[in-house]
Design a protein around this ligand. Sequence first.
Ligand code: SAH
Length: 345
Amino acid sequence: MKNIKDYNLDELKKELEGLGEKPFRAEQIFKWLYVDKVKSFDDMTNLSLDLREKLKQSYDICNFTIERKLESKDGTKKYLFGLADGNAIESVLMEYHHGKSVCVSSQIGCKMGCTFCASTGIPFMRNLSTGEIVEQIIAIEQDNDCKVSNVVFMGIGEPMDNYDNVINAIDILNNHKGLNIGARHISVSTSGVVPRIYDFADKKIQCTLSISLHSANNEVRSSMMPVNNTYNIEKLMEACRYYIEKTNKRISFEYALAKDNNDNLDDAKQLVDLLHGMLCHVNLIPINKIENGKYSKSSLENIMKFRDYLNDHGIVATIRRELGSDIDAACGQLRRKSLGTEKIN
Ligand code: SAH
């Protein structure tokens, strides 16, 4: 059966018309799903019993079970959600001074094969549906009785490899009749799937685009990210320039520093040459070590030197505050752990 949360508002109107109903019913259902967050059609009390029955026969409401929840000493919470088909995904809630931010997964597993990322260690199973992406935020809001203000597509998976569902999910998140999260408070991070960056630019979506760059050198970047063999740095930068030209928006480049791999001043110099004059910001991340991983963190002193070099040479760079590393919730530490094979705390 189809999940009713897979439809954005316009699509839901068409579905309702297909059931012989007026489009405003879709707005009522949208409000029940995303404002009142009800878990069953029976709770939609301003719909006729007849319509509720029709909806039950045609659609499911995607509801997750919380299989496991871990809380970090810094307040970050990591959730393992059970999905209807028995799969599981992880999402993270982080507290910042500007509000609550959720890091969502976009796929079950990941195909990109980045050599420093824990999500690589698990086979790709499938894309998440639109409803399954959105449900991560709803389930977290309900569990914490809170309003989420920011969403980052930085969990498991490559959002640009599940483009249509991600775009549809953003539509629901952003809709003021839906979860009402401002587009400027939604970030999509990609390893560099170039054709989709062009699509994203053409759609003029107001979200922040983050690019996982990690090196300005093709040889080093290919050794960290196999996607670079298909779309090298030159092709990626061309797409980034197109995006900036089309949207006039700043790109955020992510750069995870690994000791003696991409963290010396020569690397910083190459990065300055690459990004010079571009409307961008660099987010430096101390690389998080993963199980059997070959990379280790740069020292904080080195990371600060790297940042200072960039800032002194006209590139705005900041060091990302590390959250949730004690519960394996930090960047690159998420992985789909199958249910049952792990102790539930
Ligand atoms: N597939 C997307 C989004 C998921 S990863 C992408 O590649 O951008 C989110 C961010 O965490 C990316 O910048 C990714 O490169 C980074 N990351 C992955 N593993 C990491 C690790 N071990 N340490 C630090 N950052 C990591």
